[in-house]
Design a protein around this ligand. Structure first.
Ligand code: CP
Ligand code: NVA
Length: 305
């Protein structure tokens, strides 16, 4: 494996298969109440520039369950917030911990950390990607459908960081992704180009109904990602026909399942009846962050520091 996990494409198809197999094994061990301290003595520093519930909890609990320790660091309490250079922070951190998990506004911040830290750096969400989310999403899809290969996946909403990682994941999984966004909210062109150049199957459409028809999996996320708050009014107007509700789900098979990385904004991108309905896999998806990231931490941190 590469030293860092900044993009879902930082792992190969074979490495993804290995990680998911390991995640399933760790999940089963946990259900049996078995303790495993493979990362005893290892520390993970978690730097957050933005809010988090799932990423914070799942990484911290994941490290604890593997016998290691995690440190929560609010970036605003660190010297980087008042001008210390990232390269200096990264080099100092290298002397203390075995790995860094960073949630940042700019993807370039995480890349800069990765360039200067001698230890593994994990992207815990940036403006460009959310690769840890995709590990959990693919695990959830595999658990439910057996395999992701050739499944039709519909993305309904904003072409954001999670959408970008989903698009790139088509390269590793053989999923076929159709993205429905309003005009002006398409996923990054470079991401779509990259996925297609590497054999990923990605279509862009305008109407949610067209994406959802025949889909096995329907994925959505907030219309207003962290950092986009000042565009709230305009976004609410642009996305008003993009709610994943019971009416939209009628265009898909009753066997289709719904994913949402959370936090959800009920009544905006997802209706209450869908969140709570029988087609929702969102709680398994949230749980799977823990198992998938434990597998990732094991691979990356085992031989680090
Ligand atoms: N899905 C996700 O990353 O959730 P948090 O923002 O709560 O970490
Ligand atoms: N797209 C959302 C995901 C939150 C987990 C955001 O970036 O805010």
């Amino acid at each position: 494996m590469k030293k860092d996990f900044l993009s879902i494409l930082d792992i190969t198809e074979t490495e993804l298969t290995g990680l998911l197999t390991e995640a399933k094994r760790l999940k089963a061990l946990k259900k049996e109440g078995k303790i495993h301290d493979y990362l005893r003595g290892k520390n993970l520093a978690m730097i957050f520039e933005k809010s988090s519930t799932r990423t914070h909890i799942s990484f911290e609990v994941g490290m604890n369950e593997l016998g290691g320790h995690a440190l929560f660091l609010n970036a605003r309490d660190m010297h980087i917030w008042r001008g210390e250079e990232i390269r200096d922070t990264a080099r100092a951190a290298t002397r203390y911990v075995s790995g860094l998990m960073i949630r940042a506004y700019k993807h370039s911040t995480i890349e800069e950390f990765a360039r200067h830290a001698m230890i593994p750096v994990i992207n815990g969400l940036s403006d460009l990607e959310h690769p840890c989310q995709l590990l959990a999403d693919i695990l959830t899809i595999e658990e439910h459908f057996g395999s992701a290969r050739d499944l039709k996946v519909a993305w309904v909403g904003d072409g954001n960081n999670v959408c970008n990682s989903l698009i790139l994941a088509t390269v590793l999984t053989g999923m076929n992704v159709t993205v429905a966004t309003p005009s002006g909210y398409e996923p990054a062109e470079a991401i779509v180009k990259k996925a297609r150049a590497l054999g990923g199957k990605v279509q862009l459409v305008r109407k949610p109904e067209n994406a959802v028809t025949d889909a096995h999996v329907i994925v959505t996320d907030t219309w207003i990602s962290m950092g986009d708050e000042q565009e709230r009014e305009e976004r609410i107007r642009s996305f008003r026909k993009f709610t994943v509700d019971a009416t939209l789900l009628r265009h898909a098979s009753p066997d289709a399942r719904v994913l949402h990385c959370l936090p959800a904004h009920r009544g905006e991108e997802i209706a209450d009846e869908v969140m709570e309905g029988g087609q929702s896999l969102v709680w398994d998806e949230a749980e799977n962050r823990l198992h998938a990231q434990k597998a990732l931490l094991l691979r990356l941190l085992k031989n680090s520091g």
